[in-house]
Design a protein around this ligand. Structure first.
Ligand code: GDP
Length: 329
């Protein structure tokens, strides 16, 4: 019998709610170095029994709709009410910039300094691994550290909605009072993910907000709901005045009140997480055996049109596993 693995040194301070330990744990999970991936997986395995007891909320909307204002206003309310709120983001564009363009912390200055809140800028995606996998793991680490509300925002435009919906219990679409024009621009697929649509900036124009609400309700009615047991709702709110935020939270709570639905979603999401992790591990296992120069040559050949992508991958697989050439698998 092998005894239990020693407690990973970060696990205890993380579990006690130490913010630096949480930040370090997330950095570990975000690292693209293979040895860090292993350490992060050990840490996650250790704290996993202490995760899952939070409400995971995804939020999306076009830039300028008020996502950061909304998250800050809602987050402050919840934190003031004694919740421990964590704010995370999925930003595929950070691949290019090496970090969130907007600097998430400065976007939510009041929430960032609230003792009950933890804000993490979006991970920049390195050469390996997915931004989504890292955010999913960051959320679990936040839960292990005692955060009971996880707000995950899409920062990129039109790329990360599915990913965020695939790691949350409730998905919220923020829209503007002039939704009529805006609806044209919202992809049907994103509307279909929404459990709740919120017309933000309701303080600007009451009549337009009412119109937007009924247009949204009509549009949602034509779509197939994501879960048969939940009809998506439409609300109005103002991140500026705080109006409607309590209703938004009440609907979020109503949406997660059905434990069976949340359980089913989370189960499916765990399967997706596994596939993502497997792809990443498989790539790392392969990368560790590939000769970098050979990889560079093959890549250049594919880019120059001398090899098809299929030929390129076959050549690399043969290089690490010569049996393949002889038909040995
Ligand atoms: P994001 O790009 O979606 O994160 O949007 P921001 O939170 O940065 O907000 C964009 C602009 O809209 C900012 O100038 C905010 O002050 C403003 N804003 C956000 N929410 C509201 C609101 O409820 N009412 C009004 N009047 N302005 C708002």
């Amino acid at each position: 019998m092998i005894g239990p693995m020693p407690a990973y040194p970060l696990a205890a301070p993380l579990r006690s709610g130490n913010r630096r330990a949480l930040a370090r744990a997330i950095t570990l999970a975000e690292s693209s170095r293979p040895e860090h991936l292993l350490e992060a997986q050990r840490l996650l395995a250790e704290v996993l029994p202490h995760t899952g007891r939070s409400v995971r909320v995804g939020l999306t909307g076009v830039p300028g709709v008020g996502k950061s204002s909304f998250i800050e206003a809602l987050g402050l309310r919840l934190a003031d009410a004694g919740h421990r709120v964590a704010v995370l983001a999925v930003d595929p564009s950070s691949q290019r910039t090496g970090g969130s363009i907007l600097g998430d912390k400065t976007r939510m200055p009041k929430l960032a300094v609230h003792p009950g809140a933890f804000i993490r800028p979006s991970p920049s995606s390195g050469a390996l691994g997915g931004v989504a996998r890292r955010t999913r793991e960051a959320a679990l680490l936040c839960e292990a550290a005692g955060h009971d509300v996880i707000l995950i925002e899409t920062v990129g435009v039109g790329q990360s909605e599915t990913q965020v919906a695939a790691m949350t219990d409730v998905f919220v679409l923020l829209t503007l009072p002039n939704a009529g024009d805006e609806l044209q621009g919202i992809k049907r697929g994103i509307m279909e993910l929404a459990d709740l649509c919120v017309v933000n900036k309701a303080d600007l124009d009451a009549a337009a907000t009412r119109r937007a609400k009924s247009e949204l309700a009509a549009a949602l009615h034509l779509l197939t709901p994501r879960s048969a047991s939940w009809q998506p709702r439409v609300l109005a709110a103002s991140a500026l005045t705080g109006a409607g935020l309590d209703e938004v939270w009440a609907v979020v709570q109503a949406c997660v009140a059905d434990g069976a639905r949340v359980q089913a979603r989370r189960q499916a999401q765990t399967g997706q997480w596994f596939e993502e992790l497997l792809r990443e591990a498989a790539w790392q296992a392969l990368a560790s055996r590939l000769d970098a120069a050979e990889l560079g040559r093959v890549r250049a050949g594919v880019n120059a049109g001398e090899l098809t992508p299929v030929q390129g991958v076959s050549a690399l697989l043969e290089a690490v596993n010569p049996d393949r050439r002889r038909g040995g698998g």
